[in-house]
Design a protein around this ligand. Structure first.
Ligand SMILES: *[C@@H]1O[C@H](CO)[C@@H](O)[C@H](O)[C@H]1NC(C)=O
Ligand SMILES: *[C@@H]1O[C@H](CO)[C@@H](O)[C@H](O)[C@H]1NC(C)=O
Ligand SMILES: *[C@@H]1O[C@H](CO)[C@@H](O)[C@H](O)[C@H]1NC(C)=O
Ligand SMILES: *[C@@H]1O[C@H](CO)[C@@H](O)[C@H](O)[C@H]1NC(C)=O
Ligand SMILES: *[C@@H]1O[C@H](CO)[C@@H](O)[C@H](O)[C@H]1NC(C)=O
Length: 412
């Protein structure tokens, strides 16, 4: 059952009621156990801040206390946060009273926390590549939308490991309050959809909405969750890909493919005049070409895998980030340059003859390897002996592009 659908209307109802009446004691607006609190694990520290909209009151400040709470659990009234570490004997349902009080009186509500030994559920598939299917993104896990833009964001059922057909999938806002009404969530499809809200003014600062997608085999409690943000802004600056992997070798000079053509402002290739700054987080031996947005350098000895992040800022104060993992190969890699220029039809298997290329370079064992710019190739004939036995490289999918090859030994 979609938890989100359950209290949305009742919360609205409560708020409408309070708008027209003067209340005395705090009132329950958003039941604690509708907030999908996380389960607690034996011998592991637990922390859960319940939603600040759980109780409503006219008073300036609500304070919270526990009645008959389990020994392991503490409550921080100011931050409405539970902490503690349960032990073996706490396993099972821990039910007790949470009391909210202000200067006019108090209200007690019964709540339950679950303590378990362990779980089979944990996040598996990465979130960012899934967000990328829905639109421009920003690392670590943000989907970027314009105001009043329709969106459709399905998650894969392998987002979590350890699920089975009775696993429940819930969605709540990052502060455990209900999802805003413009986000529809369908738990049977793990699908978020809707239309983003307007921004109040042209100069409005971007709005960020945090969302938790929760998986659980214990109904009403969270065993595993992934977090993502939906950021709404007037102008969107983003790389069409936000992470890349590039192979480099010790003492071999490399240059990554330019990313300039992957950077878009509001869906269009950004103009130079719209870029206000280009920066990089990375080691000294990596150089950034600020115009082409490519990296180059020569890894010295004992350099390990290195992640470099390029930041680009535009005239609207947006910043786009792209991370490039420079993965150090144990055997050296040399870029052989362009093997063939090919025209590819989507869904059609094709091939290109590269015999003359191999003859020219007298190679021994080459492994064709896709550069970042042709990661759409989902099938590329590969393997040692390519140059001797296979004179054609086959590919599977994609649109018109070119591919290159690397050898695992220097050949020039
Ligand atoms: C996940 O999705 C696949 C394909 O849609 C389906 O075959 C599979 O049963 C699903 N697994 C679970 C655990 O729901
Ligand atoms: C699903 O997994 C949970 C926890 O591992 C288990 O208790 C439950 O019986 C499983 N349900 C099914 C239908 O396999
Ligand atoms: C670099 O990353 C690759 C792939 O993740 C890994 O196999 C290799 O051990 C790493 N090398 C170093 C020096 O960490
Ligand atoms: C960008 O930020 C600077 C400094 O914070 C500010 O002065 C400027 O007005 C901002 N520009 C836009 C378009 O928001
Ligand atoms: C690819 O298509 C373009 C435009 O139709 C054509 O000019 C070019 O010769 C083709 N290239 C190859 C390798 O077939």
């Amino acid at each position: 059952m979609p938890i989100t659908g359950r209290w949305g209307p009742s919360l609205a109802c409560f708020l409408a009621l309070f708008a027209g009446s003067v209340t005395a004691v705090p009132d329950l607006a958003f039941p604690f156990n509708s907030q999908v609190p996380p389960v607690a694990y034996v011998s592991q520290p637990y922390e859960f801040a319940f939603s600040p909209s759980t109780f409503v009151s006219d008073g300036p400040q609500i304070s919270y206390t526990l009645s008959n709470g389990p020994n392991w659990l503490k409550l921080d009234s100011v931050y409405h946060r539970f902490t503690g570490t349960p032990v073996e004997k706490d396993v099972g349902a821990n039910t007790f009273d949470l009391i909210a009080s202000d200067q006019t009186g108090e209200l007690s509500t019964s709540i339950t926390l679950m303590v378990v030994e362990s779980t089979d559920l944990e996040p598996d598939e990465l979130v960012l590549p899934q967000l990328e299917q829905a639109g421009p993104t920003s690392p670590p896990t943000s989907l970027l939308l314009h105001p009043l833009q329709r969106f459709y964001l399905p998650f894969s059922n392998s987002t979590f490991r350890g699920t089975n057909e009775s696993t429940n999938y819930y969605a709540v806002s990052a502060d455990n309050s209900p999802l805003p009404s413009w986000i529809q969530y369908d738990p049977s499809l793990l699908l978020f959809s809707g239309t983003s809200p307007p921004l109040v003014s042209a100069s409005a600062t971007p709005q960020t909405y945090g969302v938790l997608l929760i998986a659980s085999n214990i109904p009403g409690f969270a065993e595993a969750a992934v977090h993502f943000d939906i950021i709404i802004r007037h102008h969107i600056l983003a790389f069409s890909t936000t992470s890349q992997v590039y192979d480099v070798s010790e003492s071999v000079t490399f240059k990554t493919p330019p990313l300039r053509s992957k950077l878009q402002l509001d869906g269009q290739l950004i103009e130079d005049a719209q870029i206000t700054s280009v920066d990089m987080d990375g080691p000294e031996w990596v150089k950034l070409d600020r115009e082409q947005l490519s990296l180059s350098g020569t890894p010295g000895p004992s350099v390990g895998n290195t992640t470099v992040t390029i930041h680009v800022e535009d005239i609207y104060n947006n910043t786009a980030h792209v991370s490039i993992l420079l993965q150090v190969q144990t055997s050296s890699v040399v870029d052989l340059g362009t093997l063939a220029d090919v025209n590819v039809t989507l869904g059609v298997i094709g091939g290109a003859t590269v015999e003359s290329f191999w003859k020219q370079h007298q190679c021994h064992s080459h492994i064709p390897k896709c550069h970042a710019e042709c990661q759409w190739l989902d099938r590329l004939a590969s393997g040692a002996g390519l140059c001797n036995d296979i004179n054609t490289i086959y590919w599977g999918n994609g649109d018109s592009d070119r591919f290159r090859s690397q050898s695992n030994e220097p050949v020039f």
